[in-house]
Design a protein around this ligand. Structure first.
Ligand SMILES: *Cc1c(COP(=O)(O)O)cnc(C)c1O
Length: 377
């Protein structure tokens, strides 16, 4: 590890080749599900929250090179930040639509809003009128999640009164699934049918329903455009089963110091861990201030890459800037300051680390953030 990696408490390595590979896997699934109704299904990418914490300035161009043409962010600010890193012909969709008074910003940065409410429709239409031209937009319907999008009543209003969408060119009709990570849940089929019924009342346009897990529910859910995010970044879209995606991140934390702790000695805040045997402890320079969640206290696992068969338990509370690992089971092996342990790696994957912290891969991924040295490969 170089001096930069030592200057930070740890290093987050992001395998951009694996992101591209994951994209091609999902784009292949989309292509395979072509039907007469959906002749050329494509795969978009959700790159909101700085590409789930992995650096949209790196991830965006890699996805474009892998063939992606459609990018989804949550906020206008994220779209503005992404635009310079993509070719001008790339489509950037802003899921939350235009906040009041911002419609012109969308044009200035060539962003396409997802319109979720009648207010957003009116705002976009007013801009189209001022511009004296037709403006593109995505229409989102609520198919049963009660998050964003038009209700069935609003869809009926839009269907009855064509003037409401005058000046708006519908480039996509979309909805979002609430329970796609539990394939046996009948809500999935129900949302699928509701989506079909609602989309049929809106202007003819390509359709999009599935994010990462939704793509794995089967071809029926794929329509014309998939919108995966998490799966691109290595999160398992089929929780409980084997992960069909490649691992993307590795999180290594550096040893600050080691110490020998006698029987009966408490370690860390709150004295939560008490040594029951003479214990060798390594203090690593990563904590909850780095997004390594405090809820992993006493539950996570660290791995020394040279001895991957030895699972080393995190002990005591995770501090803001550090955490403690019981390294007794490494025996007499010398451990120098600066030695790197995997907190997330090939032997303790993201899913495991997330589970130890009582959360899901998504949350751990976006929380990791930028305090580490981030290295893109
Ligand atoms: C975040 C998001 C996605 C991507 O979801 P993943 O589960 O990460 O694949 C797709 N569509 C919408 C509307 C989203 O909010």
């Amino acid at each position: 590890m170089g001096v930069n990696a030592q200057a930070a408490g740890g290093i987050l390595t992001i395998d951009l080749g694996a992101v591209a590979e994951n994209y091609r896997t999902l784009a292949g699934m989309m292509a395979e599900s072509a039907t007469v109704e959906h002749p050329a299904p494509l795969c978009a990418a959700a790159v909101k929250a700085d590409a789930y914490g992995l650096g949209v300035e790196h991830v965006g161009p890699v996805l474009e090179k892998a063939g992606c043409r459609h990018f989804f962010v949550a906020h206008l600010s994220e779209g503005v930040a992404l635009r310079p890193y993509l070719s001008p012909e790339m489509n950037i969709f802003v899921l939350h639509g235009p906040p009041p008074g911002t419609a012109a910003e969308f044009l200035a940065h060539d962003l396409i809003p997802v319109l979720n409410s009648m207010e957003q429709v009116a705002q976009w239409q007013a801009l189209a009128r001022r511009q004296e031209r037709t403006l593109p937009a995505v229409l989102q319907v609520d198919s049963g999640m009660a998050r964003f999008g038009f209700t069935a009543q609003e869809v009926d209003r839009l269907a009855r009164d064509a003037t409401l969408l005058e000046g708006i060119r519908t480039v996509l009709v979309m909805s979002h699934l609430a329970c796609a990570d539990t394939p046996e849940n009948p809500a999935n089929r129900h949302q699928l049918e509701t989506f079909r019924a609602l989309a049929a009342k809106l202007p003819a346009a390509p359709r999009s329903l599935a994010a990462s897990s939704g793509l794995f529910l089967g071809p029926d859910w794929r329509f014309d455009l998939g919108r995966p995010g998490a799966a691109l970044y290595g999160v398992n879209p089929t929780p409980g089963g084997p992960n069909p995606m490649q691992d993307v991140i590795r999180l290594q934390a550096n040893v600050i110091q080691t110490r020998d702790v006698p029987v009966g000695q408490a370690v860390g805040y709150g004295g939560m861990f008490v040594a029951k045997r003479p214990t060798r402890v390594a203090l690593l320079g990563v904590g909850y201030g780095d997004g390594f969640l405090r809820s992993a206290s006493g539950r996570g696992t660290a791995i020394l890459p040279l001895r991957p068969e030895v699972k080393l338990p995190l002990i005591g509370r995770v501090s803001m800037d550090s955490l403690a690992v019981d390294v007794t089971d490494l025996g007499e092996m010398p451990l120098a300051a600066g030695e790197a342990f995997d907190l997330i790696g090939p032997h303790n994957p993201l899913e495991m680390a997330a589970e130890a912290a009582g959360t899901i891969g998504y949350e751990l991924l976006v929380d990791l953030g930028g305090r580490y040295l981030r290295e893109w490969r």
